[in-house]
Design a protein around this ligand. Sequence first.
Ligand code: ZN
Length: 530
Amino acid sequence: MKRYAIALWTGCVLLGFTYAQAADVPVDADILLQGATIHDGAGSPATVGDVAIRGDKIVAVGKFAAGRVGRTIDCTGLVVAPGFIDLHNHSDRQVIDRRTRAVVNYLLQGCTTVVTGNCGSGPIDVADFYDKIDAAGAGTNVAHLLPQGRLRDAVLGTAQRSPTEDELQRMKQLAEKAMQDGAWGMSTGLIYVPSSYADTDEITAIAKVVAASGGIYVSHIRNENVELLAAVNEAMKIGRAAGMPVHISHFKSSGRDSWGLVRRAADMIEQAQKQGQKVTADQYPYIASSTSLDATLIPTWARAGGRAELIARFDDEQLGKRIRQSMRRNLEKRNGGETIQISRYAKHPEWAGKRLSEIAKAENIEPLELAIRISRNGGAGIVNFSMDEADVRHIMQRRWVATASDGRAYLPGADKPHPRSYGTFARKLGYYSIREQVLPLEQAVRSSTGLPAEILGLTDRGYVRVGLAADIVVFDPKTFIDRATFQQPHQYSAGVKFVFVNGRPAVFNGQPTGALAGKSLRHQTKTESE
Ligand SMILES: [Zn+2]
């Protein structure tokens, strides 16, 4: 009962009523979600009550008298939660593309906000990106990070060298502009070209500019294998030097020789938290990762300057030998290509869904030579079965680890992308929490809502609370589950009944409505006067 009282009291203040009046004043609503099991995003156990939506806001939560109501939805037995916030999304292009801007594969998982600009890639003209979203609408809200890889590319190209004083200045100016335009922080992708060519000092210099505007430092760290601890340490060092929160993307031990190390990295992070540093992470609930074949097997120095230069290095006797040595080691760690599944390859679309080792056998060549051939022909996307299930389950229980997909908006196609784009949130809640009971549902909800909102600094959504934006998911806990698999990835999740984005129905009775109710979420830069 205390919880309802608090919700009502907050509501009174926001609605400008006195406390005494409010309990009796009926609440008018466009939509009334009735008799729901409410998980409010704070991580405390669920309560049963109603939620009223008016316009784009939540106007009442708990027990209250309803006034004039547009539509009442019986939510008996259903869970009402804040719409999920995907901290790690790669829909930068898809969300401004007519064909994919509805982001249906995320709406049907209950997502109402995606964060773009991750892993150092995505647009750096943040105002232009946000304007494009708002001009046409999007299925979900979009919050953007300044991608340091593209930032460096814009100033230095893909050259593997330090910036000159002028170039560093230029990057800092662009970072400053991005923050003024509403970026929530910056991201790095330190296994990718050219993000990885930046050393710790260069990243710190840019991070300081981002920190001055209240942004966070988000990193796909330099190593997720046996150098994991050093890579986490670099990120935390940057955070301390720049005075800003640090967030580790898709936190994991990748590769059998590093299994278990992610738990030590997590302990190390908790030590830093105890000393007052803000450090968090996100995770997708799968044992496979996904990236390009090149980034997985070929050292970054060999990829400098783009594909034509890479091919020239393959052909160079000395360099070619060095690249092969390194690739051979990387392939050995991946069971000779057995753990690598092709997700997309333009030259042979029919290879999608097959393992590298399997294709090599059929083509009668060594996996190493096959990988080089694929790279010469434009490269391929891959899914890499590199993680330990026990590690994945362990990490998702840590309270500072958010759920995030690392995927993007898709239209069903012939490729075999990682199923995370379709299933992440349904799998975390439906499979790992409800069915496997790896973590309580309230914690799984929090890791997908209030926690990511706080990590990002979003204050107007992420909870089912009066006065916040009406981004809400209604799902059936008995049927909420991911259906996308590694062999059949283009399968929408099941069990999401309703999704509201800024108060508008985006999914109704399980069906996407086609509404483009999402908008750009622009970070307000701290000013001197504040
Ligand atoms: Zn990444």
